[in-house]
Design a protein around this ligand. Sequence first.
Ligand SMILES: Cc1ncc(COP(=O)(O)O)c(C=O)c1O
Length: 453
Amino acid sequence: MNRKTILSEQDMPRAWYNIQADLPNPLPPPLNPATGEPITPDMLTPIFPMNLIEQEVSTERWIDIPDEIIEKLLMWRPTPLYRAHNLEKFLGTPAHIYFKNEGVSPPGSHKPNTAIAQAYYNKIFGTKRLTTETGAGQWGSALAFACNQFGLELKVYMVRVSFNQKPYRKIMMETWGAKCVPSPSPDTNAGRKYFEQNAEHPGSLGIAISEAIEDAVTTENSKYSLGSVLNHVMMHQTIIGLEAQKQLAMVGEYPDMVIGCAGGGSNFAGISFPFIRDKIHGKEVKIIASEPTSCPTMTKGPYVYDFGDTAQTTPLLPMYSIGHDFVPAPIHAGGLRYHGMAPLVSRLLMDGLIEARAYSQLETFAAGLMFARTEGFIPAPETNHAIACVIDEAKKAKEEGKEKVILMNWSGHGIIDLSSYDAYLSGKLVDYAMPDDEIGKLIKELEKYPKPI
Ligand SMILES: Cc1ncc(COP(=O)(O)O)c(C=O)c1O
């Protein structure tokens, strides 16, 4: 009985899968908020290098991964596919539970799959310095690692509440040579507005994105890098699902279900898009994205055009959103706090190819603890949302007496998130579901923009 399935380095995929080639309905374009007209690629050049903009709009099905990126990805890839025998036994389920362990990368999550690619394309374009935002610090540390590998400078705006709760992520970023400041910061116009009102403002991803974009467009030789949401980021992550397809074939299985947690959508896209391609071509496979009840983008938000950031500096993106003014409840320790969802993931939800579920933070930590106490690995709080959904489905399989095959993306480890486990274990965490009238207020602002179709 296989506990883990390992691919050889030669079997690591050499091309990314671009789902834009197979979408039943094309993605509505991003819009210029001032004119309501579609954004053209050249309008994005102050923010991103042209080689990444080309990937953003590409409809080629396969894009070759350059050798320089392959060489870096091989530092930790291919990642192992585990069969969670102990969890299955604990649950007494006939389901076969597989998890793809993306926690084995140097920063500890799936994020370097795109960080390495983005640092490389910026490097060959001539960018000298990148800026970005980070929530819990996984993305900031992944980009710090990648920039270090390619000799780029990096400044990270880290959401203040996490900056205070997770000092080790900042130390990781500095170890790889990046600069990390709490956001809102006094360093940008976007941040100063909030910082001057309250120097201890908890911050949000929307504010931190505004700061990082402003910094990039006002500093010479700088570009901005985003760790999720965008089409090219989803594509860089598909290496996860492409590997998993090969690994499952090695053990003679095909999933009945593919499950991932979703913040901006990238690890979910990474594991699921290659299987959604199969689904579009007739395979029966259920695809589930799992999000928190305290930031219920897909389960409570409408499909609208919204800004990607709080200061309204990005184009309008067609996505499920609870509004760009969203600031997470301070009690929330479970990650996944972005107000929107990747346009590609949003489109697939709209078209019924995937479904979304929301879990409360106590449910997700209970699931994470069960996982840690059976399979050993301590999951990131974000990953716990996927685990909660897997446990639900494994219990359902038990009730129905069905041998379902469940594939989950184990998006990262939680070794640097132990303070949130401490809060859970000492009874300090409570459940919080965002009230409907609060969501209503946040999205009212969006009524003046066109509706995506
Ligand atoms: C371990 C882990 N999983 C999931 C996420 C959510 O991001 P995304 O939805 O882009 O995968 C994050 C974000 O920081 C993360 O660190």
